[in-house]
Write a protein that binds this ligand. Structure first.
Ligand code: NAD
Length: 330
């Protein structure tokens, strides 16, 4: 099939090129938007990342150009108007499980950076400050970890934290047998928030989970607790999070995602200023670590994403669709 691969990074180009397949891929560095849509003219499908705009306007325009397939290079699909795709007769496929460990391990890395002041210590070292002042940390052993969403990533995370000797609580409408086997205790959201020393988000972003973490829920968390978000920025009300951190009610936040991340993440701004006031406030708080949506970024995950994407495109071409995401309405 002839596919326009939007938001392509070099590492993806190399990974796609290393695979044997008969599809004709056109690599486009730009993100998909109304301005760049013309680059897909004459092709049959688009292959997109989380930075690409897939709202109703773009999807309708893609359909008018004859596009039949949107192949997502991501697990999350909250950036796609699925109803618009269904109405337009465009099939949407995704990569559901490329490496839950990549994201889970990164969540643990954020926890350790914060719990042991590792970032501060490395930065001190650059100016020859090797004193132990300000570096007191805390053990993870016997701490209570609250996991919101025990799907693929939440379960991989639970397994690691179990190894640290933590007590594990979880919230998920579906109890995962692998988590139950680790003695993960399913509780209500309120119980999880008020008992956990660290809360880690691993549920999808949708209408029900938008701003799941709001002022009310931050207030329910333990004083000095840590919030980790490697899922989607929209799960957290950033403004309320800033207040909770500023008032010292929350002690730490490790964030790989941010609700308005699209114009900021995935590019080097160099000397150019970032103008998002909310982001700047968050960035300037102590005990906050922000990383640019990189939790998925491992060699193994990229190889998997690329291979599954090729399989998804081949499946569509052969009318044997796999990994489809569908709207329930329309
Ligand atoms: P998954 O579908 O395997 O698991 C999601 C779990 O969340 C499911 O068990 C589901 O029942 C549960 N859930 C749904 N609504 C919930 C709610 N209101 N409260 C609690 N639990 C709820 O998905 P996954 O592969 O584990 O991925 C989870 C999320 O991680 C994705 O939706 C995506 O947003 C994010 N993600 C981030 C990165 C990154 O690089 N930062 C990479 C991949 C995925």
């Amino acid at each position: 099939m002839k596919i326009a691969v939007y938001s392509t990074k070099n590492y993806e180009k190399m990974a796609f090129s290393a695979l044997q397949h008969k599809h004709q891929l056109t690599f486009i560095e730009e993100s998909l938007s109304v301005a760049s849509i013309d680059k897909a003219r004459g092709l049959e499908g688009v292959c997109c990342f989380v930075t690409d705009l897939l709202d109703a306007t773009v999807i309708r325009a893609l359909s008018q150009m004859g596009i039949k397939l949107i192949a997502l290079r991501s697990a999350g699909f909250d950036h796609v108007d699925l109803e618009a795709a269904k109405c337009a007769g465009i099939t949407v496929v995704r990569v559901p499980q490329y490496s839950p460990q990549a994201v889970a391990e990164f969540a643990v890395a954020l926890i350790l950076l914060l719990s042991r002041n590792i970032l501060k210590s490395v930065l001190h070292g650059f100016s020859n400050n090797f004193s132990l002042d300000e570096l007191m940390g805390f053990n993870l052993y016997k701490k209570t970890i609250g996991i919101i969403g025990t799907g693929n990533i939440g379960t991989a995370f639970a397994k690691i934290m179990h190894g640290f000797g933590c007590q594990l609580l979880a919230v998920d409408p579906v109890k995962n047998p692998s988590c139950l086997a680790l003695n993960v205790r399913y509780v209500t959201l309120d119980e999880l928030l008020c008992q956990s020393d660290i809360v880690s988000l691993h549920c999808p972003l949708n209408n029900q989970t938008k701003y799941l973490m709001n002022a009310e829920n931050y207030a329910k968390m333990k004083k000095g607790a840590m919030l980790i978000n490697t899922s989607r920025g929209g799960l957290c009300d950033t403004s309320a999070l800033i207040q909770a951190l500023k008032s010292n009610h929350l002690g730490y936040a490790g964030l790989d995602v941010y609700e308005n991340e699209k114009p900021i993440f995935f590019k080097n701004h160099g000397e150019n200023k970032i103008h998002d006031e909310l982001f700047l406030k968050l960035q300037n708080l102590p005990n906050v670590i922000i990383t640019p949506h990189q939790a998925f970024l491992t060699k193994e995950a990229i190889e998997n994403i690329v291979q599954t994407t090729i399989n998804n495109i081949t499946g569509f071409e052969q009318a044997d669709i796999i990994n489809e995401v569908r709207s329930t309405s329309c």
